[in-house]
Write a protein that binds this ligand. Structure first.
Ligand code: ACO
Length: 336
């Protein structure tokens, strides 16, 4: 990526187009009843999830990225060669080197577009949106493609009923462009971690990756291990804090917001935040019933659904919030 400093030091940033890719295969709670000791009733009551999408036939994170990115570019009226930078947020990359973003740029024919992956688990799409925005706002890039994409089914322990009922596969994409109106873009952003708690959610490769309290999991590698109750407590408290901190910093109220788009962790976590903050049902977007928890992809998928349904207009305030492994969290408050 080589771009001279912008003549306008702080251009605005607009979301020019979004895209979505989910596998065709639907895995319902009833399917899971046949795989582990669980029930549709338990899963719906405890998580709000009814079904999720799962890749089959060798479809990979890169395939989902390509489909979502092409759709976002088409909706933006742009071609791959217009892109200066592509950022893929994922914890299920194709391989550790090169990045999935490099593979995507190659597939799209977008060379010499810059390319990088970011690894922030469920915070990934929100973090990547902030990074992309900051590149454009600084004048270092004009057009950036952001993806949140996962094939979590590859790192799910299908014998563990406490995790396998939660996760799904998918990808969401957004193309961000410089805009003449400096008011458009992110007005508040945050990225944080409570990294001492990394052992609450991790995917070990070898014995040496298992934390002290993880002895029961010795011998189980390359699948997600999660302390569901701790993550639940963290997410309930942190989601509300993220929203309140963004409102306090900007002087906005919940009435000013068009919608909050949270990471889809668990419907109970989201409903609890909604009630405590006094948000109406329309102001907190939830689609976990159809896709489960797709980690870095969830906020991008939600954003596309809202855009595609014509529910977001220029000038609307939209707050993206991600929370997840690390433990990490991030906020991105946009004026569209
Ligand atoms: N079906 C039936 N029973 C189950 C299942 C299941 N799938 N899973 C657990 N149970 C049982 C437990 O064994 C336990 O039984 P016990 O009381 O006899 O011991 C009982 O149900 C209650 O278990 P809890 O763990 O207390 O259930 P809880 O209400 O906390 O729900 C859940 C578990 C859904 C995992 C919840 O804790 C949660 O959603 N946590 C947050 C997960 C999350 O957001 N992860 C995001 C990070 S993902 C990322 O970053 C990649």
């Amino acid at each position: 990526m080589t771009r001279p400093a912008s003549p306008h030091p702080s251009p605005g940033v607009r979301i020019a187009g979004t895209g979505l890719a989910v596998p065709r295969k639907v895995l319902t709670n009833f399917d899971l009843e046949k795989m582990v000791d669980t029930s549709d009733e338990w899963i719906v009551q405890r998580t709000g999830i009814r079904e999720r999408r799962i890749v089959t036939g060798g479809i990979t994170t890169l395939d989902l990225c390509e489909e979502a990115a092409r759709q976002a570019l088409e909706n933006a009226g742009m071609s791959p060669t217009d892109l200066d930078l592509t950022i893929v947020a994922t914890i299920t990359p194709e391989m550790c080197c090169p990045s999935t973003a490099c593979r995507l740029v190659d597939r799209l024919g977008a060379v010499p577009c810059g390319a990088m992956d970011v690894s922030m688990a469920c915070t990934g799409f929100v973090g990547a949106m902030n990074i992309a925005h900051n590149f454009i706002r600084s004048g270092a890039a004009k057009n950036v493609c952001v993806l949140g994409a996962e094939t979590l089914s590859r790192i799910t322990n299908w014998k563990d009923r406490t995790t396998c009922i939660l996760f799904g596969d998918g990808a969401g994409a957004a193309v961000l462009c410089a805009d003449d109106d400096p008011q458009r873009g992110v007005h508040y952003q945050a990225l944080h971690s409570d990294a001492g708690k990394w052992g609450e959610l991790y995917c070990p490769r070898t014995e040496s990756d298992i934390p002290e309290h993880g002895a029961p999991f010795l011998g189980i590698y390359n699948t997600l291990i999660m302390n569901g109750r701790e993550i639940y407590k963290f997410a309930v408290v942190r989601l509300q804090k993220c929203i309140n901190e963004a409102l306090a910093a900007t002087g906005l109220s919940v009435d000013d917001l068009k919608v909050v788009v949270p990471h889809q962790s668990n419907a109970r976590i989201l409903e609890s935040a909604r009630e405590k903050l006094g948000l109406t049902a329309e102001k907190l977007y939830i689609n976990i019933d159809r896709y489960g928890n797709t980690s870095a992809a969830s906020v991008g998928i939600c954003l596309h659904e809202l855009m595609d349904a014509g529910k977001l207009q220029p000038g609307d305030w939209v707050m993206l919030v991600g929370l997840g492994g690390g433990l990490t969290w991030g906020t991105s408050l946009w004026k569209l």
